[in-house]
Design a protein around this ligand. Structure first.
Ligand code: EPU
Length: 503
């Protein structure tokens, strides 16, 4: 029975998925088959780069492993302390809040700091989140001396001695950004082994652009049943390209090229502000990089990089979530550290919905007094609408007066929120064209919901802030991977939210 028929006949009750609706699909990336096709790879085929000296080898066993675990990355990343968030909605948020440092810049900088053979790197404004703690553990496992002064949000890294080229399974398996440590290991130790990932990395987790880039720079990439081994006598500048402007792929290949003799050109690079911040950091270390923000980056290899000091840019996704917290509760917030310019299309979409932004010097005031209007959102690489804010705006659009349309184009199946919002009484469906249709306005009602991933989780916190009664969001660990001190920061703004052990 179709949703609208079910509604009319009374067979559907708010809080349930209407009969015949697809189950929420979670946050998997491209299907393994799609990914291999995208990469131009077939299972069992060895890819040779220029001169036949380097290769990427995919084993058919690994490929079949992919088929079994197309959403493996999500379940692996659930590992962590058993926490949950309890939110009692209804309070308009008011006050001043600090935007955290950018997760998706800081993680890359921690890895890049291992490129420096001498001295200590100091990173400021590092977000106190679980992903940063995992990156610190990984750097320590490789032999770097790393101290995260959490109260000061400052990280000090001394990578003068690297003692291991192995990215151990217990961390690499649950932390996708592990691949960012490969360039430092190749330059410092001549090889890197990523344990516990096997097929998932080249397929469903989609890191093929990284491995193909390393191969074009002269590395030999060998994927085995449960690990990937990469070896490089000496990397050499080359002409690289990305099939699509991968955010981390751009940063990783720039890092790999920065110490490779000769000139590397990378076509079709990502334009995200975090990429520019990572380039700024590498440039301070002595790297010779030009073309950041143009889509075509040139890296001239230097002989060494030196430790430096850098302040991580503010997190535009955290800022966007806080802006939406003001919007969904009909409140008014002053965001310290939010850059409206970094919002890209997100700013215009929120304004269309009825959210007011007023820069007050270095503080951004966000306010929503009017009735929320429905919205049409298509995610795309920066400066398009950020995929990481797709779930939060879906939650917000449930309150809008009319029908909203949301289309995800970066990650396949990043619609895990749909089913959870319906549990809360929203009317959200995914149509046959994979477009999410949100039939607003709904009065959300608190219930137990599942954070399928980081951004689904924070979107459910937003939904809970506006819902009647109590919303329980678990696992909290996934939210803590990317957003710092969620309960503490929202509580100071008047929210009724607590974090607790799940028991
Ligand atoms: N892709 C491939 N092969 C690759 C790399 C990417 O097929 O080798 C595909 C991906 O599967 C995806 C698309 O290309 O479909 C875009 O992926 P991209 O590489 O740009 O994403 P990412 O670098 O892995 C970063 C952020 C994500 C954010 C995306 C898009 C980090 C650590 N992660 O991922 O952040 O969604 O860029 O902006 O920087 C998050 O913070 O919640 C998060 C998922």
């Amino acid at each position: 029975m179709e949703y609208w028929t079910a509604r009319k006949t009374g067979d559907w009750r708010p809080g349930e998925l209407p009969p015949g609706w697809p189950e929420a699909t979670g946050d998997s990336d491209l299907s393994p088959a799609d990914s291999l096709e995208l990469a131009g790879l077939e299972p069992g085929r060895e890819l040779r780069s220029t001169g036949g000296l380097t290769s990427v080898r995919l084993h058919s066993a690994a490929a079949s492993h992919l088929a079994q675990h197309s959403d493996g990355s999500r379940s692996e990343m659930n590992d962590g302390p058993q926490t949950r968030y309890r939110v009692r909605g209804g309070n308009p948020l008011q006050g001043t809040v600090f935007v955290q440092g950018a997760k998706n810049a800081a993680l890359k900088m921690i890895a890049a700091s291992l490129l420096a053979e001498k001295g200590r790197t100091v990173l400021r404004n590092v977000p106190v989140i679980e992903d940063v703690r995992r990156a610190v553990e990984l750097a320590q496992a490789l032999g770097a001396v790393v101290k995260f002064h959490e109260a000061e949000r400052t990280l000090v890294v001394d990578a003068s001695e690297l003692t291991s080229s192995v990215l151990p399974a217990e961390i690499a398996r649950r932390f996708r950004a592990s691949v960012l440590f490969v360039p430092a290991l190749l330059h410092r130790l001549g090889e890197a082994t990523i344990e516990g990932v096997g097929g998932c990395n080249l397929g469903s987790r989609n890191l093929d652009f990284h491995y193909r880039g390393f191969a074009r720079l002269g590395a030999i990439v060998d994927e085995q049943e449960d690990k990937i081994h990469i070896k490089a006598g000496k990397l050499q500048g080359a002409h690289l390209y990305l099939d699509t402007p991968s955010h981390t792929g751009t940063e990783n290949l720039i890092m790999a090229a920065s110490l490779a003799p000769g000139t590397t050109i990378i076509d079709n690079c990502a334009l995200e502000p975090e990429v520019l911040d990572v380039i700024a950091f590498l440039s301070k270390m002595g790297a010779d990089i030009s073309g950041g923000g143009t889509g075509f980056v040139t890296v001239r290899g230097v002989s060494q990089l030196t430790a430096t000091e850098h302040t991580v840019m503010p997190d535009r996704i955290d800022a966007g979530v806080l802006a939406m917290a003001a919007a969904i509760t009909g409140g008014e917030l002053n965001l310290v550290g939010a850059s409206l310019a970094d919002f890209g299309v997100v700013r215009w979409k929120l304004e269309q919905m009825g959210v007011d932004f007023t820069p007050k010097g270095a503080v951004l005031q966000v306010r929503r007094e009017r009735t929320l209007r429905p919205i049409n959102v298509i995610t795309s690489p920066y400066p398009g609408f950020a995929t990481d804010l797709q779930s939060p705006i879906m939650a917000l659009s449930c309150l809008a007066d009319g029908t909203s349309y949301i289309r995800e184009t970066i990650f396949d199946g990043r619609y895990g929120l749909v089913g959870e919002l319906n549990k809360m009484g929203a009317k959200v469906e995914v149509d046959s064209g994979n477009v999410v249709i949100v039939h607003g306005p709904s009065t959300l009602k608190g219930t137990k919901v599942v954070a399928h991933d980081l951004r689904t989780g924070i979107a459910l916190i937003l939904a809970g802030l506006s819902a009647e009664g109590e919303t329980v969001v678990a696992p909290g660990y996934l939210i803590d991977r990317g957003h710092a001190a969620v309960a503490e920061r929202l509580t100071t703004l008047g929210a009724d939210i607590t974090a607790e052990e799940s028991g």
